[in-house]
Ligand binder design. Structure first.
Ligand code: UDP
Length: 310
């Protein structure tokens, strides 16, 4: 297959590029490097079945030749990035999704949208199943991401229904692993970086908010299964093992054998109080569930950041 991956130099995009290149697919990786990094795809650049194009998908996309699949993963994806790049976040979710869908329609390709658990907002039900409509504050600072992705889902379903495009939507819950940016502000790289440098771990609020963390290889396996499936409705992918953020910070201190303490800082506006995926649908329809235990996944991630910090 000839596959376009937008956001291919980002954390999840670069893992997908690597996996699909390994399977022998022809990969066109497109990224404007706003939050993606060329270092994530360095090892692929010389391969004959890999091509990198620096381009912002919020602008018209021109690709020569046929395409079989478009995986639309371009977007800032960390709360501090939404604050730094609010307009770009809205544009890539809205205009970028419109452009990639237009390209999919023109080339008659399949299309997979990277959506997010953020479409559930600050959820009033836990765990979140796909049928839950969410609780989003559209004008809050993180609303730029939530609403862009909600629009992206809506326009993807419209292209599916109106233009009969064969589309998929994956709602990705918190995912972690090598190739995250050390300073992207998210809990996993922030805590690991702080623990390895002996600095205090910055827990926001009192740390009672919960998250459920999925290791990147599990997520990639789920995405590949979804690509091969014929499921047009949104599907959650994530690891249902739920932790409070305080427990999670303590776990990282213990796994890194760090002497760091914990400090408490103000909770960001509209930080969701709970988050845990209901993955019954993925289990039943894709035969997928995560396999990597948190200690194993964090172990590999800690090693990655340890090398980065040397
Ligand atoms: N968090 C924290 N300290 C940090 C970074 C994040 O306590 O230095 C908290 C954040 O408030 C949230 C959780 O950890 O409750 C997960 O945050 P992250 O930015 O990783 O992603 P989110 O799930 O909020 O999109």
């Amino acid at each position: 297959m000839r596959i376009l991956i937008t956001g291919g130099a980002g954390f999840i995009g670069s893992h997908l590029c690597k996996e699909l290149v390994k399977k022998g697919e022809q990969i066109i990786c497109m990224d404007n490097l706003l939050t993606g990094e060329k270092a994530n795809i360095n090892e692929l650049l010389s391969l004959p079945n890999f091509q990198f194009i620096e381009h912002d998908v919020s602008k018209y996309i021109d690709i020569e030749g046929n395409l079989d699949y478009i995986l639309h993963f371009a977007s800032p994806a960390s709360p501090i990035d939404y604050l730094k790049f609010p307009i770009q976040t809205l544009k890539v979710g809205a205009l970028g999704t419109h452009n990639t869908l237009g390209l999919a329609k023109a080339k008659r390709t399949k299309f997979l949208l990277a959506s997010t658990s953020e479409i559930y907002g600050d959820p009033e039900v836990n765990p979140q199943g796909e049928e839950y409509w969410g609780n989003v504050n559209c004008i809050s600072p993180r609303g730029v991401y939530d609403e862009a992705k909600r629009f992206a889902e809506a326009i993807t379903m419209a292209y599916h229904r109106y233009h009969k495009l064969d589309t998929r939507i994956v709602r990705i819950f918190n995912t972690y692993g090598p190739k995250m940016r050390l300073n992207d502000g998210r809990a996993v790289p922030a805590f690991i970086g702080q623990a390895l440098e002996g600095k205090p771990l910055t827990v926001f609020g009192n740390g009672s908010q919960t998250r459920s963390f999925c290791y990147i290889s599990d997520l990639v396996e789920g995405i590949l299964k979804l690509m091969d499936s014929s499921i047009n409705d949104p599907i959650n992918l994530g690891n249902p093992a739920e932790f409070t953020i305080l427990e999670f910070a303590q776990k990282i201190i213990s796994l890194t054998k760090s002497k760091s303490k914990i400090t408490f800082e103000p909770l960001p506006v509209d930080d969701p109080k709970v988050r845990r995926p209901d993955i019954a649908k993925a289990k039943k329809l894709l035969g997928w569930e995560p396999k990597v235990e948190i200690e194993e996944g964090l172990g590999k991630t800690i090693e990655y950041f340890r090398e980065k910090l040397i």
